[in-house]
Design a protein around this ligand. Structure first.
Ligand SMILES: C[S@@+](CC[C@H](N)C(=O)[O-])C[C@H]1O[C@@H](n2cnc3c(N)ncnc32)[C@H](O)[C@@H]1O
Length: 323
């Protein structure tokens, strides 16, 4: 069991500054009451010009298909939106909350989001010059993660649009190793969408960190959506090794503990995961579990593209949990 912080010392929020290797660091800024706009029946949503923004990358495990069910779980929520396993951010882009913290452990991904938010014109200028050609793809793969933040972000988006199934995979040396995809004419630079995304990300805090970082800044009435790499369906609670996606059963236990601390604080928590028996065992006592049928959107195995059972796990309010 890990030692998890239960409070943030009275400091209400954290935001990033551009410092260090990946251009991020932490500083504290306050967020006041009623910080979110109203709209669409969800109290904290913005309904403005950036409403056309849609995910600017595709992502394995993306939750586009699950968005309607996830949104149902948000009824009545009023606080700040947190998404600590951001990936392509399907739920975030569907609601575009004006006050949000988005984070992920993948530094390349977060650099791309920060660049879209802060430097979208330079990003578009760079990306628009990239051709859909195999020799250029190989060059981008060889230089992956190198150069200025704008060049790194452009390379990341280019590879996402042109590699096999939009997968993200690096070897132990950090080299991108997904093969060239079979696309006729992929949209590599959707300038209009990137600009809409940039506007939607204005004022959104972006952080590269482990998911437990959310404990430092979420408070009563906030909403946290956890979408971790799923536990394989066959894994039981006696399993101890690392799973192929690098997120072990121990990480899932850490996640459940984090979700429980937040729920006890009055934060609305939603977790999606596979319908593995071990996941039911972890959450059954303190959370409500719905079984939903979901279609996978990125899957190399054509047979794996059918609907499969998944869990949507929701926190109970502290009063429901009281003995
Ligand atoms: C299933 S994907 C999220 C997909 C996203 N909801 C979407 O709609 O595209 C899981 C994400 O968790 C991130 N991740 C893996 N381990 C993590 C950790 N310990 N802390 C934070 N993020 C992590 C991965 O980089 C990946 O982007």
């Amino acid at each position: 069991m890990h030692d998890l912080p239960t409070s943030f010392g009275g400091l209400p929020f954290v935001r990033e500054q551009r410092i260090g290797k990946w251009g991020f660091g932490l500083c504290v800024v306050p967020v006041g009451e009623g910080a979110c706009d109203a709209g669409e029946g969800y109290p904290s949503m913005s309904a403005n010009v950036e409403s056309r923004a849609k995910p600017f990358i595709k992502w394995a495990g993306g939750k586009n298909k699950l968005v309607p069910q996830l949104r149902q779980k948000m009824n009545g929520w009023k606080g700040v939106y947190h998404e600590p396993f951001l990936g392509g951010g399907a739920l975030f882009w569907s609601i575009k909350p004006s006050h949000a913290t988005l984070s992920d452990s993948n530094a390349h991904l977060i650099n791309a989001y920060v660049t879209v938010r802060d430097d979208v014109d330079a990003l578009i200028a760079e990306l628009a010059s990239y051709p859909h050609e195999y020799p250029f793809f190989r060059q981008m793969r060889a230089t992956f993660g190198k150069g200025t933040p704008v060049q790194r972000a452009a390379g990341f988006i280019y590879l996402n649009k042109t590699c096999f199934n939009g997968l993200f995979r690096v070897n132990k040396s950090g080299e991108f190793n997904v093969p060239f995809g079979k696309y006729e004419n992929p949209t590599i630079c959707d300038a209009e969408n990137l600009r809409a995304c940039s506007r939607a990300l204005h004022g959104v805090y972006l952080l590269q960190e482990d998911f437990t970082g959310v404990l430092r800044r979420s408070e009563n009435s906030d909403f946290v959506y956890f979408d971790p790499p799923y536990l394989p369906l066959s894994v039981t609670s006696s399993f101890t090794a690392y799973t192929p996606n690098g997120f072990s059963l121990e990480d899932h236990v850490r996640l459940r503990d984090t979700a429980l601390i937040l729920a006890n604080r009055g934060v609305r928590v939603v977790v999606s995961n596979s319908a593995a028996p071990a996941i039911r065992d972890l959450y059954a006592e303190h959370f409500d579990i719905d079984v939903v049928l979901a279609k996978r959107s990125i899957n190399a195995d054509a047979e794996g593209r059918g609907a499969i059972k998944e869990f949507i796990i929701t926190s109970r309010s502290p009063s429901e949990e009281a003995p």
